[in-house]
Write a protein that binds this ligand. Structure first.
Ligand SMILES: [Zn+2]
Length: 411
């Protein structure tokens, strides 16, 4: 059966041609566990750790994962497994290209920019249909978090991206995976109800589609009381150009009246600082996703430094979607230097050379020669940026500080 792309993503791309970026493998190939490496680093007993100890610190330090799209975590292998089960093979991509294997698909994961990437994102999400599909999708990512020492996760859950699965089915599979992850892996997971900026092919339709999602959620709440309060925040993702955050003000207001407490949104990933101001002022944001383009406006940088509105940065995503020219030039370091609450995340790891949160941190630490103290600060920032009660934050921060102490790297 065919899977069709949604049409609006064929907007004019404003990006240079895709470049093949080969990223070094940042993990050590010595087969040692993080614990072994950590104990070796502790033996070094020096304030500034050498490079291999920096690797060990990153491997061992606890982090919160706050910027990841559920559909961005699906490996080509899982996608083909699900598509086969749902009798959807071969997958049909752009220009009617047929994909018969995970390897075929992976070969085309080189993107010209955000809009081009989104075509592949939706090729994947449209295959997901059943409760079991959503269970496997969610649990797969949480298993990878366990390996990375990520005990707390907030996931962008975007039901509009799965047009062939009822909302209830999506939520049931997701929640079952979260419950199992808590029991089996010790990971706490919270969904962020994320609206797709470009859904419906025009700004008006995008807002109507977001409102329809809230209608469906409200109806589901009547059937399954407690559904809404599972969502820790609302979010907004997708194409920025042509879909200013202000459009979604009524959507955010309504979500708040329904009882979803916090607000976040993607902004300033592709567009400039005006998009970020618009998102802050119109949507009442408490956290910005990406926002790396804030670096180009001094007034905004000052504002973010003073207000401590956090930014969740995804360096490898920015590089592979041509939103920064190199990791060395990524704004993370100047933002950190200016006291902005920035942290490092993986965004859509399955599409970006399967680079995890820790891979992102290794990559940016190496490219910008981050000190152990800066790495610890980034880890602390990830928990400080989370939508969780202060008492819980303090527990996670204490874990970070304990680990930092072992490495003589307290922030
Ligand atoms: Zn994102």
């Amino acid at each position: 059966m065919r899977l069709f792309f949604r049409s609006p993503y064929s907007q004019t791309a404003t990006y240079p041609n895709a470049k093949q970026v080969s990223l070094t493998t940042y993990r050590d190939a010595d087969g040692q566990t993080s614990a072994v490496k950590a104990s070796k680093a502790t033996e070094l007993n020096v304030p500034g750790l050498p490079k291999n100890a920096r690797h060990a610190l990153i491997d061992a330090i606890p982090l919160a994962s706050l910027h990841v799209h559920l559909g961005g975590t699906v490996s080509p292998e899982l996608l083909f497994q699900v598509a086969e089960r749902n009798k959807l093979l071969p997958l049909i991509g752009e220009a009617q290209k047929e994909y018969h294997s995970a390897g075929d698909l992976r070969k085309d994961y080189a993107f010209q920019g955000l809009n081009h990437f989104l075509k592949f994102y939706h090729l994947g999400t449209e295959a997901f249909r059943t409760e079991q599909d959503f269970y496997e999708l969610t649990f797969d990512y949480l298993k990878s978090c366990k390996k990375q020492n990520i005990p707390y996760v907030e996931i962008f859950f975007d039901p509009q991206s799965y047009p062939h699965a009822p909302l209830e089915t999506q939520i049931e599979g997701f929640q079952r995976a979260c419950t199992d992850a808590k029991k089996q892996l010790g990971i706490t997971t919270k969904p962020i109800l994320t609206f797709v900026r470009h859904d419906g092919f025009s700004p008006d339709k995008a807002v109507a589609s977001a409102m329809a999602l809230l209608d469906a959620l409200e109806a589901l709440e009547k059937k399954r009381p407690g559904t809404i309060k599972q969502f820790v925040a609302v979010g907004l993702g997708g194409i920025e150009d042509g879909y200013p955050p202000a459009l979604f003000k009524p959507v955010y207001q309504r979500a708040k009246t329904l009882g979803i407490q916090h607000a976040t949104a993607h902004a300033g990933e592709v567009l400039n600082s005006e998009d970020i101001w618009n998102a802050i002022n119109e949507l009442g944001l408490e956290r910005i996703n990406h926002g790396q383009n804030a670096i180009h406006e001094e007034k905004l940088m000052r504002y973010l430094s003073e207000t401590k509105i956090p930014l969740t940065l995804c360096p490898i995503s920015n590089l592979l979607l041509n939103n920064v020219t190199s990791l060395e030039n990524h704004p993370l370091r100047p933002m950190l230097d200016r006291g902005l609450v920035v942290s490092v995340h993986d965004c859509d790891p399955a599409f970006f050379n399967e680079k995890t949160v820790k891979d992102n941190l290794h990559a940016i630490a190496e490219a910008q020669d981050l000190s152990p103290k800066e790495i610890v600060q980034l880890a602390r920032n990830s928990f400080l940026s989370a939508f969780m009660p202060d008492t819980e934050k303090q527990q996670y921060l204490a874990d970070v500080d304990r680990l930092a102490k072992q490495f003589h790297a307290s922030a």
